[in-house]
Write a protein that binds this ligand. Structure first.
Ligand code: NAD
Length: 290
């Protein structure tokens, strides 16, 4: 059994991107420029944006965080987006979610120019990805593909069961793994799936993305399966300094001995998300997608 080390893969990708940016700048070209908009003061969102800003600095990107108050109106946010769409210096931008309840998230996503949509959430990018065309792919599923690639895990002809059908994880990873090149036979499960245990037990590759700690138990895992745990839930842990710890959707201790590969939480899929965003921003700077 191999424990997939997301930190190692992310570090290797970070080095690669840093070298490419240094070469661009040495050739007299402008460094990629990523802007993040954050509305309100949600603590987790502030932390995520902080990680993204730090990673931009590490790889040599220019970055700006636009911190807007929680009472920002939808019209004001859309006006900011229009300005970023029109700014030739901005290669890509993201709007951190969740947004305050009075703002329509879908309206906001669809207002972003798909050529600058480095989160890959715009329907144009989702549609292009689904068709196997060049697209900005949402960061978490893209990070999962990078892990499979790095560890040279065979996917062709294998049965992959994805648990969860969200637009940012379950649905895109199910789509991607069914594309030519990955060639999995994919089953997507969700909260209404009948006999889910038996479906998961037939999988060669399990992608758990439902946000329910310890949901995937040993009796659901075929010996030799590859297990990718996307779930991140903060649970109380009085023994830790913070009083909490992060846990995945897989009962790691019981499942790991059965697997060929498994991602831990934390340190598996998590570290890949930010680096995938950097990869997309570099692609946007180079106009490689659209
Ligand atoms: P979501 O809440 O949008 O979707 C959860 C999905 O799970 C839904 O489609 C639902 O149908 C399915 N589901 C819920 N209960 C189920 C059950 N009992 N059986 C089968 N399916 C069930 O969540 P999301 O945004 O896709 O995130 C999923 C998890 O992944 C969360 O823990 C989240 O924190 C984590 N996440 C991690 C990263 C990362 O960087 N590692 C990125 C995004 C999300």
């Amino acid at each position: 059994m191999t424990i997939i080390d997301g930190k190692e893969v992310a570090a290797a990708m970070r080095r690669g991107i840093t070298e490419q940016v240094a070469a661009m700048v040495a050739a007299g070209e402008r460094a990629p420029y990523l802007v993040a908009i954050i509305v309100g003061d949600d603590g987790a969102s502030q932390a995520y944006v902080g990680h993204k800003e730090k990673c931009c600095n590490e790889v040599g990107f220019r970055s700006t965080v636009l911190r807007l108050p929680s009472e920002t109106t939808q019209e004001e946010l859309l006006a900011r987006i229009a300005t970023l769409n029109a700014d030739p210096e901005v290669d890509g931008f993201i709007v951190q979610t969740p947004l305050p309840a009075h703002i329509d998230e879908q309206r906001v996503i669809e207002a972003i120019d798909p050529r600058k949509d480095v989160d890959g959430w715009h329907p144009v990018n989702v549609g292009r990805m689904t068709m196997g065309l060049p697209a900005f792919v949402s960061a978490t599923p893209d990070g999962i593909l990078s892990l499979l690639e790095y560890y040279k895990i065979p996917t062709a002809g294998r049965h992959c069961v994805v648990i969860g059908r969200s637009n940012i994880v379950g649905r895109p990873i199910a789509n991607l793994l069914s594309l030519k090149g990955w060639d999995c036979t994919v089953t997507m499960c969700h909260s209404r799936t009948a006999d889910l245990k038996a479906v998961v037990a037939s999988a060669d590759i399990i992608v758990a993305a439902l946000g329910k700690p310890g949901f995937v138990t040993a009796d659901m895992v075929k010996p030799g399966a590859v297990v990718i745990d996307v779930g991140i839930t903060r649970v109380a842990a009085p023994e830790t300094k913070n009083g909490w710890r992060l846990v995945g959707d897989v009962d790691f201790d019981a499942v790991a001995p059965l697997c060929s590969y498994i991602t831990p939480v934390p340190g598996g899929v998590g570290p890949m998300t930010v680096i995938s965003l950097m990869k997309n921003t570099l692609k946007a700077r180079r106009g490689e997608v659209m």
